[in-house]
Design a protein around this ligand. Structure first.
Ligand code: AOF
Ligand code: ZN
Length: 378
């Protein structure tokens, strides 16, 4: 039996979640994981998983812990009194890196507190069980919904075998995405919204646009206003060679190509077939991309909407811009999770009803806080 958590565990697990989120999509397809080591209820070491292929969170925290022991000339007996806090159950299998359970047992740390179990088929409680049977005190789960929500991209990949899917579009007050044949026209959203979108981009492993958008808008499609990591670019439809001077190539010399999913003969256009998006999902997952931000155009967005394949929708509306004509923006679902202002624009966020706040997602206040752009971030 795992022991129930103590009230004093909460702030340390919160700190783990905070550390875990730092690298954003650099960890894809791995989960975000943070770790803290305490002695006498003081944090003495911290670590997080920085990128896929690099050391796991607890291994980085244990490195700091060893340095702490040396500086303070402490021996083995200090380890037995220490507690390792970790936002995800430690792995017990050899992946790109060795099992974390081995490193924890070797350290002699006496207590482990975890936020949630690892849904990976090779873990699912086995990591915790190994520590417990070795005689460690194991407490948890703590802030389980928040921890799973943080790793919604990893959880979606493991359980649904598809990348977590975020749709985003900007529309005029009269409901258009652009000026139709007259081209994209002036920018619809303001500078604060642009900064916010760059933050969304650094949190998703891939950014997907239709070939038409790539050719007509010639966008840069990076996360420069939020800082790295920049998403991998995937382009839907159109197998013809692209002009070499497109701005997207500056950071992405080889965007992934995703041919339109079709039922009929090639080139017959996107369809509503349930198999439709499967090949795209496979391509993205094979590349280690566990989340995708779909930024348009209309046809690409509609494909995901028609198949109900989305987890979040972000809509930015310029309330002062009227074009009178153009490509109509997709219809929005009924109840936004959040509706407010983003600089000079209006901003609405929708969450797929499959994520029920309070049931399989954190409560509404937590979620709203998560999506309300903070002044420091915009
Ligand atoms: C942990 N701590 O910080 C992370 C874990 O290929 P690898 O070795 O990086 O292993 C990846 C798997 O390990 C990943 O699918 C997930 O189950 C777990 N991630 N586990 O103990 C960590 N990032
Ligand atoms: Zn591990």
């Amino acid at each position: 039996m795992m022991r129930p958590p103590l009230p004093s565990d909460l702030p340390f697990i919160r700190r783990c979640l905070e550390l875990a989120e730092r690298p954003a999509a650099a960890v894809s397809p791995n989960p975000l994981v943070g770790a803290v080591i305490t002695l006498d209820n003081q944090v003495v070491a911290e670590g997080y998983h920085k990128a896929c292929g690099l050391a796991h969170a607890e291994v980085n925290a244990l490195e700091e812990w060893k340095a702490y022991l040396q500086i303070h000339q402490l021996g083995e007996e200090a380890a037995a009194a220490a507690t390792l806090y970790i936002s995800l159950e430690p792995c017990n299998h050899q992946g790109r890196t060795p099992p974390c359970t081995d490193a924890i047992l070797e350290s002699g740390i006496g207590t482990v507190v975890y936020a949630c179990t690892d849904p990976h088929p090779l873990v699912q409680g086995r990591g915790l069980e190994r520590l417990r049977t070795a005689g460690l005190q194991v407490r948890g789960p703590v802030l389980e919904k928040e921890a799973r929500w943080m790793n919604r991209r990893f959880e979606t990949m493991v359980h649904q075998k598809r990348p977590y899917t975020v749709l985003k579009w900007a529309r005029t007050a009269d409901g258009y995405l652009d000026q139709g044949e007259n081209g994209p026209g002036p920018r619809i959203s303001g500078p604060q919204a642009q900064r916010w979108v760059h933050r969304l981009r650094r949190e998703q492993a891939a950014l997907l646009v239709g070939a038409r958008t790539l050719l007509l808008d010639n966008p840069i499609l990076d996360a420069r206003l939020a800082g790295p990591p920049h998403p991998r670019i995937a382009v839907a439809g159109d197998s013809r060679p692209w002009p070499l001077n497109l701005q997207v190539f500056q950071r992405n010399p080889q965007p992934l190509r995703l041919p339109w999913p079709t039922d009929g003969p090639s080139g017959s256009g996107p369809t509503k077939s349930p198999e439709g998006l499967k090949s795209w999902h496979k391509t993205l997952l094979d590349e280690g991309l566990n989340s995708v931000l779909v930024e348009g155009g209309a046809k690409t967005l509609e494909l995901f909407l028609q198949e109900g394949c989305w987890d979040e929708i972000h809509v930015i509306e310029n309330p002062h811009m009227l074009t009178g004509k153009g490509t109509p923006a997709p219809a929005e679902p009924q109840h936004p999770l959040f509706s407010g202002n983003l600089g000079t624009d209006l901003y609405r966020v929708y969450l797929n009803p499959a994520w029920v706040p309070g049931q399989n997602a954190p409560d509404l206040n937590y979620l709203r806080d998560h999506f309300i752009p903070q002044p420091s971030l915009t």
